[in-house]
Ligand binder design. Structure first.
Ligand code: FRU
Length: 481
C-alpha cells in the first residue's frame, strides 16, 4: 500500500514543517548531533554502510513529543559528520505494523539494502501483537515492504522485538529482545539461508540463564557482533534494581563479552557491564563499516518520568542520538572513543598548560557552548578536581573515594541528581559539548558519561577547580559544521 505510505509520509512532513518555526526558536537546539526536525526521536535503527554512505535511521514520532506509532526517519552521510535528511523510510501503513514500525536493523545483500524491524500492533481487544518484518531497497532510499517474516513463537509474550541481523559464513542470524512467559528478559536467536525463512534456534541468554540471577523482565534492542577476537552481546534490560553506583537509570544498556555457539543455542558470557555512566543513554546499536570499524550510536535519552519535563518539549521536539563511537575490547572491557572523523568539526584551536592553585581556572568564551575539550596528563596534588560545565552540570573526581561523578539538576524539580562510577586514576578527559548535551570520555574511553543539560544560554563558562592544586595540558576547539 504505497498510497497509504505516501499519505502518512506527507502528513509527517507537514507536521514537521508546521513546527519548524517553533523548533528553530529553541536555544537548546543541538548543532552537530542527529535530532528530529520536530516530534520525538528514540532508538537508532538500521545502521549500515551502503553504496558509499553511512545510513542511520531512527525511531520517530513526527506528531508529538511522546511515544506514539513510530516511523523510521532516515539520515545519510559520506563521513559521519555531514548528514543529509532522506525521505521517511518506513511509515506504519500496513495492518501488521499499524501501531508503529518499531526498532530494527539493516544489512546489505546482493547489492540491495534490507531492513528488519518490528511491526507493533494493538488489536481490537487492546492486546499487543508483534511481527518481525522485512523491507528491501535497491537505491537505499525507497523501500518495498515484504511483510512479516517471523510470527511470535509460543514461548514468549508479545514483548518480542528489535531484530538485529548479521551474516556468519553462509548463514544469516537474527537476535531479538524478548520476554518469556515467566516474565523474564531474554535474547533469542534465529537463523536463515535466504532472509525470508527463519528458524527459531532458541534463547541464548537471559535473566536466570548462564549464571545470571534475576536480570530484568524484558530485554530490548540486542546486538551481537565479533570484536577483537571476542563476541559481544549488547542489551538494554528493563527491571534491574539500583546496586551501588550501578543501574541508576530507569532502564539500562550494557554488554556481555562471551562466545556464541549457534548449534548449542548458547552464549556463554561473563558479567554485565553498563556502557555509559550518564543519565541519557539507551538502546545502542552498532554497525561494521567498510574501514573494518565497529561503530555505535545510541539514543541520548530515556523514557522515564523526567522525559516530559525536558525544556525542548515546549518547542515541539525532544531527544537526539549520541555521537558515533568506535568500539574496541581492551583488558576485558569495551572501550568507546569518538570516531576520528569528528575532527573535521574542529575550529579555532586553543592550547595551554593549566596550573590550578587556590583560584579556579575559567574558560569563558562563547566557544565553550559547542566545544571539544581535551585534558591530558592530569596531575592532582590534592583530593579533587571539579569541572563546572556552564555552572549547570559538574564533573567531580575524588581521589580518596576513587570516584568520578556527574551532577545536573533534575528536569522535573530542579534538585541536583548524580551518577557516578569507580575510577582509580584520572589521566585524561575528552569532552564533546553541544548546546544542551555533554559526552565525556574518560581515560581514553574506559568510561563514558552522556547527558543532556539545559544551562542558561548566556552562561558559556567552563571552569576548573581543584583542592590542593592540579595541572593538565588543555586543548580546546570550537565545534561546527
Ligand atoms: C526501546 C524501544 C524498543 C522498541 C522501540 C519503540 O527504546 O522500546 O524496544 O522497538 O523503543 O519505539
Amino acid at each position: 500500500m504505497v498510497l497509504k505510505h505516501n499519505h502518512l509520509a506527507e502528513r509527517a512532513n507537514r507536521a514537521a514543517e508546521e513546527n519548524q518555526a517553533a523548533v528553530n526558536e529553541d536555544p537548546y537546539r543541538l548543532s552537530f548531533h542527529i535530532q528530529p526536525p520536530s516530534g520525538l526521536l528514540n532508538d537508532p535503527n538500521g545502521l549500515v554502510y551502503f553504496k558509499g554512505q553511512y545510513h542511520v535511521f531512527y525511531q520517530w514520532n513526527p506528531y508529538e513529543t511522546n511515544h506514539g506509532a513510530k516511523y523510521w526517519a532516515h539520515m545519510a552521510s559520506p563521513d559521519l559528520v555531514n548528514w543529509e535528511e532522506l525521505p521517511i523510510a518506513l511509515t506504519p501503513s500496513e495492518p501488521y505494523e499499524k501501531n508503529g514500525c518499531y526498532s530494527g536493523s539493516a544489512i546489505v545483500n546482493d547489492g540491495r539494502l534490507y531492513l528488519f524491524y518490528t511491526g507493533n500492533v494493538k488489536n481490537e481487544a487492546g492486546e499487543r501483537e508483534t511481527y518481525q518484518c522485512m523491507a528491501v531497497s535497491e537505491d537505499g532510499i525507497h523501500f518495498e515492504k515484504k511483510g512479516p517474516v517471523i510470527n511470535l513463537p509460543e514461548e514468549y509474550t508479545a514483548h518480542f522485538r528489535d531484530p538485529k541481523v548479521w551474516k556468519k559464513e553462509d548463514k544469516w542470524y537474527m537476535v531479538l529482545g524478548a520476554q518469556t512467559l515467566e516474565k523474564k528478559g531474554a535474547a533469542v536467536l534465529f537463523s536463515s539461508r535466504d532472509l525470508e525463512n527463519w528458524k527459531h534456534i532458541g534463547k541464548i541468554a537471559g535473566s536466570g540463564m548462564n549464571g545470571l540471577g534475576d536480570f530484568g523482565y524484558m530485554w530490548e534492542c540486542p546486538d551481537l557482533f565479533p570484536l577483537d577476537g571476542k563476541e559481544i552481546l549488547l542489551i538494554s534490560p528493563q527491571g534491574l534494581k539500583p546496586e551501588g553506583f550501578q543501574y541508576q537509570n530507569l532502564f539500562q544498556s550494557g554488554y556481555f563479552i562471551g562466545q556464541l555457539d549457534e548449534k548449542k543455542e548458547s552464549f556463554a558470557h561473563g558479567a554485565f557491564a553498563e556502557l555509559d555512566r550518564g543519565f541519557d543513554f539507551y538502546a545502542p546499536q552498532t554497525m561494521h563499516d567498510h574501514k573494518g570499524r565497529r561503530i555505535l550510536f545510541a539514543w541520548m535519552g530515556m523514557t522515564d518520568e523526567q522525559e516530559p519535563y525536558q525544556p525542548t518539549v515546549s518547542y515541539h521536539w525532544i531527544h537526539a542520538l549520541t555521537l558515533p563511537r568506535e568500539l574496541h575490547v581492551k583488558g576485558g572491557k569495551l572501550i568507546q572513543t569518538p570516531v576520528e572523523e569528528l575532527r573535521a568539526l574542529r575550529r579555532n584551536e586553543m592550547k595551554k598548560e593549566v596550573r590550578i592553585e587556590a583560584e579556579k581556572a575559567t574558560l569563558s568564551d562563547a566557544a565553550c557552548v559547542r566545544a571539544e575539550i581535551l585534558l591530558e596528563d592530569i596531575r592532582l596534588d590534592g583530593n579533587s578536581l571539579t569541572i563546572s560545565l556552564r555552572e549547570h552540570a559538574f564533573l567531580k573526581f575524588n581521589v580518596t573515594e576513587g570516584t568520578l561523578q556527574v551532577e545536573r539538576p533534575d528536569f522535573k524539580d530542579g534538585q541536583p541528581e548524580t551518577r557516578s562510577c569507580l575510577l582509580e586514576k584520572l589521566e585524561k578527559l575528552h569532552l564533546f559539548l553541544d548546546t544542551s548535551s555533554a559526552e565525556i570520555f574518560v581515560n581514553g574511553g574506559e568510561e563514558v558519561f552522556t547527558l543532556r543539560y539545559f544551562p542558561s544560554p548566556e552562561n558559556e563558562a567552563i571552569s576548573f577547580e581543584a583542592d590542593g592544586g592540579a595541572s593538565f595540558h588543555l586543548r580546546k576547539w570550537e565545534l561546527g559544521t
